[in-house]
Write a protein that binds this ligand. Structure first.
Ligand SMILES: [Zn+2]
Length: 406
């Protein structure tokens, strides 16, 4: 069905709403969705043309970089990534650092805060709102992806499951908990932390984070099934890149991955690039996890650049054929965006609404951002137009199309 836009910003077409494809007219004002009217789902003869679907913009809660920059390089790098992600249909993201000394991570969190505040200050409409008219008046290109705080992947992880992380930076969860209690201001920008709950002080750190509404995500861990279960009970609400850097699904020794699938409440991140988890498992994961399936990119600086050598957490990563590895062959993040992940899930047989939900509603629920990740009255007008393969054709952030403001 064709999607047309008239002057008072009403989009008529098929939209992903409530997990279904619905013929709808989406009314937009001041950066938000202000009305949803039922539309005849049968395409009228004069509107048949483009085969596009209106979906919420994608949210990536786990991304280290892209277009040649790493988010730990400072506010300008974060802003550059925000602009690049927007052109690919990612309308919000959580810049993510790998394990590093605590002082460096505190500086990273401060840089994320600086970048976020600068982006919000350039919005005319205040927090969460972007007004296209004022944006056009600035010298910058179009709207950028929203920055939703910082994500710390480590350093309170298991050295034996460190993957590409610097072993010298790893600390016990108890050490991070002390730093959090002594200098809470250092961590106020942090929205998510990956940790190994079986390490000393692990459950205490989970409770500390949960009590401060910070996502505790189990990952880079040697936790047994029972230890992982205990962490979910203590308040962990997510699982970092399921199956990777954790014990798996051995039927006689079920590990963290089995506990994540069995939990019933916690989200589980999937890097749907075909390297981290075999494609044959993706539909099965959806059947088990349903709305708890959380697409992330785990993208590194190489995203959108191609093959070559890149920095990640003080180490060198080589990318060949889109596969990012350390010198010893360990996988080190991906070279996809979360928009690519959606299209990959569709290619693997998931329906478009299901694939979209894993990159929109799921991350918004994880971060408790009711105003994002859904097409609903009152939500931000962050939208993408997708073709039948799930590929992004156009992106709107805060009511402004990117190609109108560029
Ligand atoms: Zn990562």
């Amino acid at each position: 069905m064709a999607v047309v836009s008239d002057p008072d910003r009403r989009l008529r077409g098929t939209a992903v709403i409530g997990g279904r494809l619905v013929g709808t007219v989406v009314g937009i004002r001041d950066g938000h969705i202000v009305s949803l009217e039922a539309d005849d789902p049968r395409p009228a003869a004069d509107r048949v043309g483009d085969d596009l679907v209106i979906a919420p913009g994608f949210i990536d809660v786990h991304v280290h970089g892209g277009v040649g920059v790493d988010v730990t390089e400072g506010p300008a790098a974060i802003a550059r990534l925000a602009a690049a992600l927007a052109t690919r249909g990612v309308t919000s993201f959580v810049p993510t650092a790998v394990s590093a000394p605590l002082a460096e991570l505190a500086a990273f969190a401060a840089a994320v805060s600086t970048a976020r505040l600068a982006a919000e200050a350039s919005d005319a409409g205040g927090p969460g709102t972007r007004r296209p008219v004022r944006r056009r008046a600035t010298a910058n290109a179009g709207p950028s992806a929203r920055i939703l705080g910082a994500n710390l992947e480590g350093p309170a992880i298991d050295p034996a499951h460190r993957g590409a992380h610097d072993p010298a930076a790893i600390v016990d969860p108890a050490v991070l908990a002390v730093a959090w209690r002594e200098r809470p201001g250092d961590w106020s920008e942090v929205r998510a932390v990956t940790l190994a709950p079986e390490r000393p002080g692990g459950l205490d750190l989970v409770r500390l984070l949960a009590g401060r509404r910070v996502v505790a995500s189990i990952g880079h861990t040697g936790a047994t099934f029972a230890e992982a279960e205990a962490a979910y009970r203590a308040g962990a609400t997510s699982t970092t890149h399921l199956f990777n850097a954790m014990s798996g699904l051995d039927h006689r020794a079920p590990g963290t991955a089995a506990a994540a699938l069995a939990d019933g409440r916690a989200f589980a991140e999937l890097i749907a690039d075909g390297s981290h988890v075999d494609r044959a498992l993706w539909p099965l994961l959806w059947r088990i996890l349903g709305p708890r399936l959380l697409l992330v990119s785990d993208g590194i600086a190489a995203v959108g650049v191609g093959d070559g050598s890149f920095r990640l957490g003080g180490g060198t990563i080589t990318v060949r054929g889109g596969r990012a590895t350390r010198p010893d062959g360990t996988l080190a993040g991906s070279t996809i965006t979360v928009a690519d992940a959606v299209a990959n899930l569709v290619a693997a047989g998931l329906t478009l609404p299901r694939a979209v939900a894993a990159a929109t509603l799921a991350p918004a629920r994880l971060l408790r951002r009711r105003g994002l990740g859904r097409i609903a009255v009152g939500a931000a007008a962050d939208l993408v137009l997708l073709d039948a393969a799930g590929l992004v054709r156009r992106t709107m952030i805060g009511g402004a199309w990117l190609d109108e403001t560029a």
